[in-house]
Design a protein around this ligand. Structure first.
Ligand code: BES
Ligand code: MN
Ligand code: ZN
Length: 512
């Protein structure tokens, strides 16, 4: 799908042609909501009838000729939307999320009306500022306008709605430059998240390790990143026994995909590692058939990491960022790894594979230890659809966080809060590490039923040493995420915007 175009204009909003002109009004206590003069009459009418109070999700659709004689309004329709009561003392994150949700509602309204061009009159919210206002509305509209139509061929009709063409944001003369800055940030973040959704929506035969590598290469060419991709031969030489074992039952080669962004200044290095299992059948410890098709989403961590790099390429932040995606599917072909097999990881730690369905930790182990040894990062974040257990613990509303470092954890929790992607920390103490002790190898790849998400993190902890590290388990949030106007059914693009926030806020030395 062609991405929609977003522009900021300082022309008065009624002078521009568009299919829809949107106003956002605050709810007043027992009063008619305050609106532009020319809307006063119809709004009072609707208010008196009890049809429109400007509560959240309140909408009023109007058609210009009915009420405007003096000014010629060029838009075909006007949509007045309620924002509810805005708490002036609420933090930016809360108000920001309110606007993102509003943006999502706008996209929905546009789809219902089959609108191609929309002009949004940006509300003036001094507590938030025009930059953040534009940023959040842009994010919400683009995220809410997302759809995946690539494989819809004969089932779509010619005039079926395919999404917005142009989104115009109208701001006053004094505010255009702030609005434009915010719009660009919102656009970078939302487009990156939509890219992650695209990758995730691709089926197991449409997005393999090969597509992961090709996309990374494309980003490298576009943004001058350093691109490295280890093929099977090189993995063998390097001793990456985890990813090789997981790949054994597959007909598709494994790839370790690496992108490096250098800020060009003395700066910290952040390492991002994302699980890139392009389909998880479970291997010999095969999964039940019902719902197995969802395991095409098992690469959402890898997608998040590469998508974040897309935004890094756009914004060129003052922190070095290295992204690694170990990519393969987990299949049960004749060469497949067996339960009981023992493998040796990149850092020489040996592991007994008790369950071949606990494959994510095995590919991450090699990527983490290789990345830390090679790049000596100041901080490491891995992200993975790692355990069903995190869904039992946190449901679909929080990403699970486990870490060896309070400062990095705090930074991630704040970044998640800012992105509207909440994260919840679970304990990772040495008691859990006992659960993965093996009788025949250094560790085993499962730790029994209790605390399944934490024992998975315990496994990973063996590969990060003392480097500040955060593990994010997105099994509950990568799809079926909390219902929100800007989150479609299917993959959410979770953590892309959290990473972008983390990177934008990064201060060199902050973990010291
Ligand atoms: N990819 C799955 C985790 C998963 C499950 C993600 C459900 C999303 C929804 C992972 O590879 C897996 O199979 N984990 C096992 C681990 C177990 C064998 C210790 C699980 O969670 O059941
Ligand atoms: Mn699995
Ligand atoms: Zn998996």
């Amino acid at each position: 799908m062609k991405p929609s175009r977003v522009v900021v204009t300082q022309k008065s909003e009624w002078s521009v042609n568009s299919d829809l002109l949107v106003y956002c009004l605050e709810q007043e206590k027992n009063k008619v909501p305050v609106s532009p003069l020319f809307l006063k009459k119809p709004i009072k009418q609707a208010y008196d009838l009890g049809d429109f109070k400007a509560k959240k999700k309140d909408r009023l659709l109007l058609y210009p000729p009915v009420f405007s004689k003096k000014k010629e309004i060029k838009a075909k329709r006007i949509l007045v939307m309620g924002m509810g009561k805005i708490d002036k003392k609420a933090g930016n994150n809360e108000t920001g999320e309110l606007l993102r949700l509003l943006g999502g509602e706008m996209a929905k309204a546009c789809a219902e009306l089959k609108v191609k061009t929309v002009t949004v009159c940006l509300p003036d919210l001094p507590s938030l500022g025009m930059d953040k206002t534009a940023q959040m509305i842009t994010e919400g509209v683009i995220l809410g306008d997302y759809r995946f139509l690539k494989y819809k061929k004969t089932s779509v009709k010619k005039d079926d709605y395919t999404g917005l063409g142009t989104i115009r944001l109208a701001a006053g003369k004094q505010q255009v430059s702030a609005a434009r800055k915010g719009m660009v940030l919102g656009q970078n973040a939302a487009r990156a998240a939509c890219k992650a959704r695209d990758m995730a929506n691709e089926p197991g035969n449409g997005w393999t390790s090969i597509e992961f590598a090709a996309y990374a290469k494309q980003l490298a060419d576009q943004y001058e990143f350093t691109y490295t991709c280890f093929e099977k031969k090189e993995m063998e030489k390097l001793g990456m026994g985890g990813i090789l074992a997981v790949n054994q039952g597959s007909a598709i080669p494994p790839k370790m995909v690496i992108l490096e962004y250098r800020s060009g200044k003395p700066a910290d290095t952040l390492l991002l590692v994302g699980k890139g299992i392009t389909f998880d059948s479970g291997g010999i410890s095969i999964k039940p058939a019902a719902g197995m098709e969802e395991m095409k989403y098992d690469m959402c961590g890898g997608a998040a990491v590469l998508s974040a790099m897309q935004a890094v390429g756009e914004e060129k932040p003052d922190v070095n960022v290295v992204a690694i995606v170990p990519a393969t599917d987990n299949m049960s072909g004749s060469g497949a790894v067996r339960p009981g097999d023992i493998v040796r990881h990149f850092n020489d730690v040996t592991a007994e594979i008790v369950n071949t369905d606990a494959e994510g930790r095995m590919i991450l182990a090699d990527a983490l230890s290789y990345g830390i040894k090679t790049y000596s990062p100041d901080g490491v974040v891995d992200v993975a659809t790692l355990t069903g257990a995190v869904i039992i613990g946190l449901g679909h509303h929080h990403t699970g966080l486990m870490s060896n470092n309070d400062k990095l954890s705090e930074n991630l929790i704040n970044a998640g809060e800012e992105a509207g992607e909440p994260v919840w920390r679970l304990p990772l103490t040495k008691d859990y590490i006992k659960q993965i002790e093996s009788t025949v190898a250094d560790i085993k790849n499962i730790g029994g039923r209790p605390a399944g998400s934490i024992t998975a993190a315990a496994y990973l902890s063996k590969f990060v040493g003392k480097t500040p590290w955060v593990h994010l388990d997105i099994a509950g949030t990568a799809w079926d995420y909390t219902e929100k106007s800007y989150i479609p059914k299917g993959p959410s693009g979770i953590c892309v915007r959290t990473f972008i926030s983390l990177i934008r806020n990064w201060k060199t030395g902050m973990l010291k």
